[in-house]
Structures are given as structure tokens and as C-alpha cells.
Design a binder for this molecule. Sequence first.
Ligand code: ADP
Ligand code: ZN
Length: 658
Amino acid sequence: MPRFNLNWLYMLIAVMLLGLYLTNEGGGTSKNVSYDEFQQYVRNGYVNKVVAYDDNSVEAYIKAQHVKDVFQQDSNKVGRNPVITTDAPARESLETFLQAERQEEHFDGSVNYPKKSNYWNAILWNILPFVFLIGIWIFFMRRMSGGGAGGAGGVFNVGKSKAQLFEKDGAVKVTFKDVAGLAEAKQEVEEIVEFLKEPQKYTDLGGKIPKGALLVGPPGTGKTLLAKAVAGEANVPFFSLSGSDFVEMFVGVGASRVRDLFRQAKEKSPCIIFIDEIDAVGRARGKAPAMGGNDERENTLNQLLTEMDGFGSNSGIIILAATNRVDVLDKALLRAGRFDRQIHVDLPDLNERKEVFGVHLRPIKIDDTVDIDLLSRQTPGFSGADIANVCNEAALIAARHGKKFVGKQDFLDAVDRIIGGLEKKTKITTEAERRTIAQHEAGHAGLSWLLEHANPLIKVTIVPRGRALGAAWYLPEERQITTKEQMLDEMCATLGGRAAEELFAGKISTGAMNDLERVTKQAHGMIAYLGMSDRLPNLCYYSNEEYAFSKPYSEKTAELIDEEVKRMINEQYDRAKRILSEHKEQHAQLTQLLIEKEVIFTEDVERIFGKRPWASRSEEIMAAKEKKENPVVPIENLPQVEDSSLPQEKLDEEKDNE
Ligand code: ADP
Ligand code: ZN
């Protein structure tokens, strides 16, 4: 189908106007008169043309000089062809009358006897424009509502909910077996499953079942999967939709979609409604005055709240919603009787990653070089979805190499690729550039080896990857809390790249931008949010207000924060330079090795710098397990610190900007 284009519209309108003009004989006033009057006008000699239709209606055109006599108006007011209409008694009598008048020379015009088709024309031209306009309107409505749901979709369906329905006996069924890890979360939702299976057990005792639960966690950690598993285990229908599905540009649509969703759900009850990314509608109301356009969202949210109150807790509808930003949600959503439970779904830790690998390796043909332990250790910070992606990518890589089974190296390549993007061996770098990159990366590598709390290195490369010119992979320790010393050591290692450039190349380059950005953010977070500086101790200026136009501290404090950030970074930079210049020879060796081999591993660094004198945390934990005692403080006994607002570095590898 040719694409619609506005020019067509203009052309059609032009053609229509032209047609109207032509068929209308220039348009003029018309006046209905009796047959007697008509005869009188003819006798007076006013008429110059008669059109007699076969249904005996007659039109008579008036001579210009007599217009005033007939219409009592000036001829310029009545249009070009003023006409009178009347009904003749019969065709024959009209004929004889006109014949007689012709002979008496009262009438000398022409007489036509056309068929009566003019009515149709008139009707057509009156109605066509409306049909046309309505057509255009429908067309645009359809386009706005995202093409409609096909078929009879379009305008009439904007208010319908867009939820996808998974019937209880559907083809794919997810159960708890498909969800790896997440033990606590599973335990929490178990109760919901129980309720859906046997509601009487609870209601007989007078208990009320939660109407909803909120799954909170970063993307890809299996929130949707968990909700589907609940539906699968309880064997009930499952409605899935995203918060943004409620949002449409028409006012009132969101609210009517909410209503429609609950209507459908009630028909299918017991069932589960899953709303992904609920923050799209559930943001706190009225936080952004004068931003405009959020009334619609508020209406939608209000409707949602009303519906949640509207059904009794034993009507069998349970709402699960997912978000990774509870802090922006409206408090009304979180109060008892709505989403009164929050289930945290976090990034998997080492053991959970093993389980996730277990689930996703099931369908893949692997050989026995694949070591799940190693893979899990190499993928810190990966979410369940990332791991699923690694497994799939590894299979693709193996297939590309024409292998029968997927091997260890395919998995490692897949991990590298997912962290750093595709290797770009063809990117042209000059000898001098390579040297600078190598010095920079060796700076990071050396410092992270020499600092007690920095993350130990796994691998460094100067092969460009994605947008990065070089990269280093570290094995971050999965700590539950981080001390100031650990953060400072990390900061120092991150600054190692720039420090090495300045010390050994004598000039600094743009390659360190990413490092600097990270360091600045981290220092700011430590000082303004974590109260870790000497001059601003124990103060947290964190605010979750989205549109905070005023800062919660004075100008003076703002200056102080700036100064402290500068001081902290400068101190760490000087420390990095000092340590590197103490280990000048080793750094030079590492640089040379990098230039030659392009990729170096832990062993190479260890050979040059010597063994690290400190045991890593994971080694400590292993040792503790063997000794059956616990040298490290058990996490449970420590007060749980609210997650710091520091940007959680998802992956602890380091990338350098071009
Ligand atoms: P979310 O809704 O939290 O963004 P999803 O539930 O959509 O994440 O997860 C995306 C995919 O990641 C799932 O389809 C699944 O293949 C994989 N996945 C995530 N977490 C897990 C897990 N705990 N166990 C198994 N697979 C997982
Ligand atoms: Zn760097």
C-alpha cells in the first residue's frame, strides 16, 4: 500500500472543491414558487430558460434585468444564476403552456427535459465531505493508538487494556524449578501460591490475604520469571503488562484501561496480574508541579488505587508488580491493603550464579572443559538475564566455529564480549598510541596489585573493544559493606592510569576520561552521602526527590563539599604517583609485556610484582569454612546499612574512553 502523505489530502480537497463548483452552475439563490406564479413570470417575459425534470419539478432561470422583480434583491446579491423552482401539474400541460407563450412571444428561451439525476448528485456532494473527514479522523486515531490491535482495533479499542493473557493450560509453563537462586523471594511467594490453590484454608480462619506484592530489584534479575512461576505453580491465568501500557496521549485512556484490566481479571479469577515497571504509573503524585501533562498519570494511578480497594481480598485476584525504584513510588501504593509486601530480588551472588548457570546450561550441549565454578566467579555483577545471554552467546560462538559442543573458551569469549563489546582488531593504532595505552593499563594493573583493598586483576588487554581502547578485568569482592579504606584504594587504582601517563609518558591524554568521571562521582558520593570526610563527618545529603530544585545544604557547605572532593582526589592521585614511581621497573616490564602480548593475565602480573601478601575475602571465607569457624564477622549480626546511593558499578571492569 502506498504510504499516506499529506499532499494527497490537499489534492483531494482541491478536486472536491472544483467538482462542487462545476456541478453547481455557479450557485445562485433559488426560490420556490407556486405554478401560477411561475406562469405569471413566464407571461411577463422574465424567464430565459426552463428545465423540466421527469418528476414534473421545474426550474426556471430568470433574466438578469428582471431579477429584482422576482427576488426583491439586487442582481449582485443573488448569485450568477438565480433560479425559481416549482412543480408542474403534468409534463403535457407545461409543454402546451410554454408553446402558447412562445407563440405570443413572452418566452424565447430554451426548454430542457433531463432525467432527474440531480438529486443524487446533490446528496452525494453534501455527504461525501463528511464521509471523507470521518475517514481521515479514523485513520489518525488508528495511527495514534499504535496501529490498533489489528482487525477491528483502532479507535474503538484505545480504552481496552493491553494486558497479555497466559492461560493456565498454556503451552509454556514456568515453575519454580526454572527460577534459580532467589530462595527468600521464592519462600515469600510460596504463600501466594498456597492461597491461590486453597483459599478456604485461609479465609476459614478469618485471615486476609495480601492483595499485592511488589518485586523490587534491578532489571534482569528474574522478577517477571518469578511472577510467571507463581502463576505456573498455582495453575491460574496470568495477565502480564507493563506500566507504560497504561500511558496514552488521550486523557482518560489510562484509567479506562485499568478498569478494563480488572474487569477481565474478575472474569478469570482466581488469577494473577503482573505489572512490570510500575513506576511508569505509580510515581508519587504531585511531586512535579507545573511540569504539565502528569494529570493523566495521576488519574491512572488513582484508578489503580480505587480498583485495588474495590475488590475484596478473597476475590482471588493477586497483583504482583515489579520496579527497581521503590523510592519514587507513591506512598499510597505501598500502604497496607495494597502492595503491602515488598520482595527484594537482588543480583545473584556467587552461589546463585552457579544455580542460574545450571538452569541455562541445561539445553546447551557442553563438553567437559566447561567449569561452572570458574564461570560463576568470572561473572560478578551479572544478572540472571546476563547469564542467560552468556550461555546463548557461547552457543552462537561455538556454532560459528563449526564445533559440535560448546567449550570453556566459548564461554569466556562470550563473557568478555558481553562486558566489553566486540574486539576490534582492525582499529588502527600507532606505535606511540599503543605505548600510551599500555602504560595507562599497566598503571591500573600494577596499582590494583599493590594496594591491599583494590580488586585483584584477572586480565588486561590493549586490544580495542567496543568504544574502549584498552580494558582491565578485575575480580571484585562481593562485599556486603565497604569501608572507607577499601573505597580509597579503589579510587587510587582507578587514578593509576592517568598517574602512569603523567609519570612515564610525560604527558597526559584523553584516555582517562572514564576513570576521572568514576572517581569524581565516587568521591562526591563518599563526602556528600556517606559522611566520610573529616570536615563533613556523619552527614548525608541524599534526597530521593526527583525534581529537587533546592539543595538541602547551604552555599557554604556546597563549597566545602567541592573542596573536600578535590582534596580527596588529589591525595589519591599523589598516592598513586608515589607508589608507581617506587615500582618504576616493574611497571616498565609490564608495559613492555603488554605491548608484546596484547593480553596478559594474573600470572604475568604475579611474576613481575611478586605474590600479593593479602588473602582475598573469598579465600578467607573458604578457609573459614574449612576450619568450621568464622573469622569474618557474620553479615547477619551487623546492622544492615540501607543501600548506599552510590552508583552501583554493575561491572567492575574498567574502560577507557577514546
Ligand atoms: P526482570 O523482570 O527482573 O527484568 P526477567 O524475569 O524478565 O527479568 O528475566 C529475564 C530472563 O533472565 C529470564 O527470562 C531468564 O531467562 C533469565 N533469568 C533471570 N533471572 C533468573 C533466575 N533467577 N533464574 C533463571 N533465569 C533467570
Ligand atoms: Zn583507565
